[in-house]
Design a protein around this ligand. Structure first.
Ligand SMILES: [Fe+2]
Length: 550
């Protein structure tokens, strides 16, 4: 059995509409029974995965969990009802539950759902199925979010996304940070929120620590609102386990380079397995997960693809579990100048790379969107012989792997590739280079749109220049310098936080970047447009539609 087949619960069978007495309950949960609210993910043309978690101290070993799904929020039409047996609520998955509706819902449709347990109804969620593969949607709107360090700001941006008219949300990673001591936060972040881990350590060191992090993050009302309103397609990045992690193929073990015990292969493997388990427990996603696999590479298969009729394919890759060490890893020597010396370097690993190129080849939709965790475009600092590539944790650290992948994409003639990227805590739009390095208005692999961090530390905050007028001036200078050194950039801004929305139509793709005030804990946090860019079909270079700062 493959990892992908191993752990999905059996779909609800046709005709199964169990009467569940608790669904007639009138109580509305105040967070005592469903402290992390509800969520949906894993959309298909005929279903979604619904998710909730029951508080451990609310659990009754004899009580089933009820769930109902209906096409209207009034639940007036006879809803689909289902009973989850009590034994499915257990400590082995931290009392999280997923319900697979694949095969039960109509394509391209909105549904409403809620759970019921011990006389209390959960908040109502809304979910969305995919269009049929042969449908021709007029547009596809995806909100992009990533990097939501709970200890470095509030989630007003997520409340804004909740209210946006988008079809799906794509989360590009760093849903949690493995930190309880503001390690990855900006100066003065103590004014925000704190977390205490069960281990008492500053960095997550166990499954219990990761579970505590997910439970804490998902207790945020704005994050809950986002999950109730939209079906979220999620990937991961390094902080789901440990900062800047990679795989050491010689030791055949993961390395967590900034964790105090991260170079102990046995510990790093154990912690990676724990991070994967917690991700799986708290993420409704149709991924492969086999905790009994002999090797971690066989335990978790995150990479997958979605199609939105004939308009767009969305391909997600895992750029952490299989990557070789970046240049300079394990030494005191920065890898800023190098990365071309290792012919065996890989970002995706052999199997995933073959799968990815096959998905590129088989994509017959107008657009092929790639949820690509880390920056693909080169990011240079300096000029001429003094040029550095400071971001060796991105594709810049893997130039041969990037070149080989670009060559594969070019030879497959992938239609209208657009990369959707996170990780750098910045707004960025650029033209990705071809295998021979061309990136201008006529030649390139396609546009790359980076969504900013929701809250995580950005460049100007990292150097303490994020406040008021100083922040705006510093941010402007950084933007201009970065664009001057990187002529393939159409946009660079690392002075604000927020999210972005990409829209695909048969004629063009567009990217709208928003800044949202992270310093106030409010659903009404102020929002402004940072940039709007577009690329027509057949184009590779993002061009501004309009530009105004806020
Ligand atoms: Fe991040």
């Amino acid at each position: 059995m493959s990892a992908r087949e191993a752990r999905l619960d059996p779909p609800i069978q046709p005709g199964e509409t169990d009467p569940v007495s608790d669904l007639d309950a009138t109580g509305r949960d105040d967070g005592t029974v469903f402290p992390q609210s509800v969520a949906s993910g894993g959309p298909t043309p005929s279903g979604v995965l619904l998710w909730t978690r029951v508080a451990s101290d609310a659990r009754d070993p004899d009580e089933p969990l009820g769930v109902e799904v209906a096409p209207t929020p009034s639940f007036d039409d006879p809803p689909l009802r289902r009973e989850i047996p009590p034994e499915r609520l257990h400590t082995g998955s931290d009392y999280t539950v997923r319900v697979d509706l694949d095969g039960r819902l109509d394509p391209d449709s909105t549904y409403y759902y809620r759970f019921a347990y011990r006389g209390q109804k959960s908040p109502m969620g809304r979910c969305q199925t995919l269009p049929r593969p042969d449908a021709s949607p007029d547009s596809l709107r995806l909100a992009l979010i990533c990097c939501q360090d709970y200890q470095n700001g509030y989630y007003g941006a997520l409340a804004r996304v909740a209210e946006d008219d988008v079809d799906f949300v794509v989360h590009l990673g760093d849903y949690i940070y493995e930190s309880a001591a503001h390690q990855y936060s900006g100066l003065g972040s103590e004014r925000y929120r704190s977390i205490r881990l069960p281990s008492g350590n500053d960095l997550a060191s166990s499954l219990a620590d990761f579970r505590k992090l997910y439970r804490t993050y998902m207790s945020d009302p704005h994050l809950q609102r986002l999950h109730r309103r939209h079906t979220v397609i999620r990937t991961w990045d390094d902080h789901a386990v440990g900062n800047n992690r990679y795989w050491d193929y010689e030791a055949d073990a993961p390395v967590l380079p900034t964790h105090p015990r991260g170079d102990d292969p046995e510990f790093a493997a154990r912690l990676t397995a724990a991070g994967i388990q917690a991700w799986w427990e708290f993420t409704p996603a149709r991924v492969g997960y086999d905790p009994d696999a002999d090797h971690l590479h066989d335990a978790f298969e995150l990479y997958r693809a979605f199609s939105f009729g004939d308009l767009a394919t969305l391909v997600l890759t895992d750029e952490r579990l299989f990557r070789t060490p970046p240049p300079g890893a394990g030494t005191w020597r920065p890898g800023w100048f190098g990365g071309r010396s290792d012919p065996d370097q890989t970002m995706l690993g052999g199997d995933q790379r073959a799968w990815f190129l096959n998905a590129m080849r088989e994509s017959e939709t107008t657009w092929t969107a790639w949820a690509n965790e880390v920056l693909f475009s080169p990011f240079q600092v300096g000029v001429g012989a003094a040029t550095l590539r400071p971001k060796t944790d991105s594709w810049d650290g893997y130039p041969l792997a990037r070149e080989r992948l670009a060559r594969g994409i070019e030879s497959d003639a992938t239609s209208n590739l657009v990369a959707l990227t996170g990780d750098l805590h910045s707004y960025l739009a650029s033209t990705m280079p071809t295998a021979d390095g061309a990136a201008d208005e006529r030649r390139g692999l396609g546009p790359e749109f980076m969504t900013p961090a929701v809250t995580s530390v950005n460049l100007t905050e990292a150097v303490g220049l994020d406040e008021g007028v100083v922040g705006r001036v510093a941010g402007g200078i950084v933007s201009r310098v970065a664009r001057a050194m990187n002529p393939h950039f159409a946009l660079f801004d690392s002075s604000r936080w927020g999210y972005s929305v990409v829209e695909f139509t048969p004629e063009e793709s567009s990217y709208t970047a928003y800044a949202v005030d992270k310093t106030v804990d409010s659903a009404d946090a102020s929002r402004s447009v940072v940039a709007r860019l577009r690329v027509p079909t057949g184009g590779v270079e993002p061009r501004p539609m309009e530009r105004r700062s806020g």
